[in-house]
Design a protein around this ligand. Sequence first.
Ligand SMILES: NC(=O)c1ccc[n+]([C@@H]2O[C@H](COP(=O)([O-])OP(=O)(O)OC[C@H]3O[C@@H](n4cnc5c(N)ncnc54)[C@H](OP(=O)(O)O)[C@@H]3O)[C@@H](O)[C@H]2O)c1
Length: 320
Amino acid sequence: MFLYVLGLVAVWFIYRWLKETQRVPNKEDKYVYVTGCDSGFGNLLARHLDKLGFRVVAACYTEKGEDELKKMTSDRLTTIHLDVTDSESVKKAAAVIETLVGQKGLWAVVNNAGVAFPSAPHDWLKIDDYKSMLAVNLLGVIDVTLSVLPLIKKAKGRVVNVASVFGRISPFGGAYCVSKYGVEAFNDSLRLNMAPFGVKVCCIEPGFFKTNVTNKTLVKNNVNELWDRLPQEMKDDYGEEYLKIFYESMDQRFKQLIDADLMKVVSCMEHAISAVHPRTRYSPGWDAKTIWLPLSYMPTWITDGFFLKYSPKPKVSTLK
Ligand SMILES: NC(=O)c1ccc[n+]([C@@H]2O[C@H](COP(=O)([O-])OP(=O)(O)OC[C@H]3O[C@@H](n4cnc5c(N)ncnc54)[C@H](OP(=O)(O)O)[C@@H]3O)[C@@H](O)[C@H]2O)c1
């Protein structure tokens, strides 16, 4: 009986492996639009897809980003300027893409552009801190997608949305988790809406990787700036010790969790774009698979207990 079950599991794994290794043909005719290509995952993905032979439209936030990417890639790759928070910029980019792709349509869009600051406990923040991040991480994703959706439907192509493990579990304040939960919701309903048109929608939920989003200096500068603008009464409630413990625990967590191998994420993005049978979700990173996703399935009393135990407490905390 045991051998029979083992055999069935082995057959299932082989079947899945064979299914997942199949790739779409004619890469050289397929256009892929990637946002946020100045740095991090987007930059590496643009270079990787270019090497594989895809026609990449790499959207950069800065001119410097465009210039540097051009130097490293073939003339198949086109760079465009894009600010995902500016609808005019999104429309202009879509118009350029429409001209490039012609009757074939657009094979894939990868909604990768994102920001991680300002992030802090909710009571440190103002509504504009939320608006600025939601404008990039959530409304930007929706605007870019809608701007090219007719072209993707024409190609029966793909939408690849970069969310995060923090679209599945929400252990810290600020708009980041809110925005990524929003991306997950947009992703899931879009997947259903687009299925009848032969368009596949995939979500990437990375754990911690070494990019600007997890840059300790940038995180510390962001927290210091937000701390400095707090009223004295609030600073007294939290106490100076709070910041010290926050930085110590951040140093420790980042050391334990951050993975420098960005290819783990880029390989998932590439699979979502080029596999005949892409997955609906990808969770790159050992921490995503072994910590964050399992925690996301647990009862709230367990996850709350876990996060409260390991997070710094304000000086006036009533918790033991
Ligand atoms: N690193 C991680 O651990 C991690 C984990 C889970 C999810 N993610 C997600 O992965 C995605 C890529 O982030 P990353 O880690 O590769 O960090 P990153 O290097 O900071 O990449 C983000 C990119 O988005 C660009 N960008 C920022 N604001 C923009 C705007 N308004 N319009 C267009 N582009 C804009 C940035 O340009 P500039 O560089 O010029 O500012 C940068 O190229 C993000 O959605 C992030 O939330 C990251």
